[in-house]
Design a protein around this ligand. Structure first.
Ligand SMILES: [Zn+2]
Length: 330
């Protein structure tokens, strides 16, 4: 068991003002952001907290760079996934607290302790530190490009597959399982399936991150659909959430065959299509041959991580995957 998630959560229009109450107890804030957010909101943020910040642009930070953080007593991650990941990494390295201030709702990492790190073209997860607080100002988040929200929805609706596969792996192979964690993620999933407003989505992302922290691993929120997305990263620059959603129907198709899901692939496909999320190779800019190779590679990733995949469970072969891709309209 690990930490139970952020102690302070504020999701509202204008929620950024809440930052002042937290920062009051600190005097040397470091803010990790990107150029765009910096140019639009740096003065606004400093006015709110009544202090000047030291600013670091997330894309200029490398893990091995020698930087002095002695003059810092709190870290603010202010931006998209990269800014929050760098804030987590520095918090993990220095032991300092960090505050998550997302400017988009594009993935479930806004409140998690795990950062996504790129190395040699591969992305992997590194355990760092969960945030002290999450301040989600919907006035800022609603100005983010709409595709980022779709990606955020994708990173939640893929839990239809990850949760079912987790149960399968537990029942068939005895992988560790936690009923409380399962229901936190399941509840987050169902709220978003019923109501996809930005506030609901952000709360679901925070809950998914909290569930992973409690369980101490990403397993509840990340199954074969995530492994396929990691394999896609080798050739695609598409948003994480859109990739995992793209891989979800085929995983659900097999989970249905294995008798392990209450969600049909049709339900998720119609959710995705009604919101113009990419569901075909054309729409996501990926070829069937590359995707077939990604599915193979995903099997290897799952094995390496000692996670039982529905593909292994059903002993799925190439002919089978190709016909599933056709049947599902990929
Ligand atoms: Zn994800």
């Amino acid at each position: 068991m690990s930490c139970e998630g952020p102690t302070i959560v504020a999701i509202a229009e204008g929620a950024l003002v809440e930052l002042e109450k937290i920062i009051r107890n600190y005097s040397k804030p470091l803010c990790i952001t990107d150029e765009l957010i910096h140019s639009e909101y740096s003065k606004y943020l400093e006015d709110i907290i009544g202090q000047t910040c030291r600013w670091i642009m997330a894309n200029s930070y490398t893990r091995n760079s020698i930087q002095d953080f002695d003059s810092v007593d709190i870290i603010i991650g202010f931006g998209g996934g990269t800014s929050l990941d760098v804030a987590k990494l520095i918090a993990g390295k220095t032991g300092l607290d960090w505050i998550s201030v997302p400017t988009a709702a594009s993935h479930d990492g806004i409140a998690s302790e795990v950062a996504s790190v790129s190395h040699d073209g591969y992305k992997y997860s590194q355990k760092c530190k969960g945030p002290l607080a999450v301040i989600a100002d919907t006035a800022i988040i609603s100005r983010a490009p709409p595709r980022l929200k779709l990606a955020g929805l994708g990173d939640i609706i893929c839990k239809t597959a990850s949760l079912s596969e987790w149960k399968l792996a537990h029942e068939e192979k005895g992988e560790p399982f936690d009923r409380k964690v399962y229901s936190i993620v399941d509840n987050a999933l169902h709220t978003v399936l019923k109501d996809d407003r930005i506030e609901t989505l952000i709360q679901a992302e925070i809950d998914a991150g909290r569930a992973m922290s409690i369980f101490g691993s990403s397993r509840p929120c990340s199954g074969t659909e995530h492994a396929i997305s990691h394999a896609m990263d080798r050739t695609s620059k598409e948003l994480h959430g859109l990739q995992v959603a793209f891989a979800t129907p085929i995983c659900l198709f097999y989970l249905q065959k294995a008798g392990y899901t209450e969600h049909g692939f049709e339900e998720i496909l119609s959710f995705m299509r009604s919101r113009q999320m990419p569901t075909t190779f054309n729409e996501i800019g990926h070829s069937p041959a590359t995707f077939l190779d990604d599915v193979h590679h995903a099997g290897k990733i799952m094995k390496k991580r000692e996670r039982y995949s529905v593909l292994e469970h059903l002993n799925v072969d190439d002919a089978n995957i190709l016909s599933a891709m056709r049947d599902l309209g990929y």
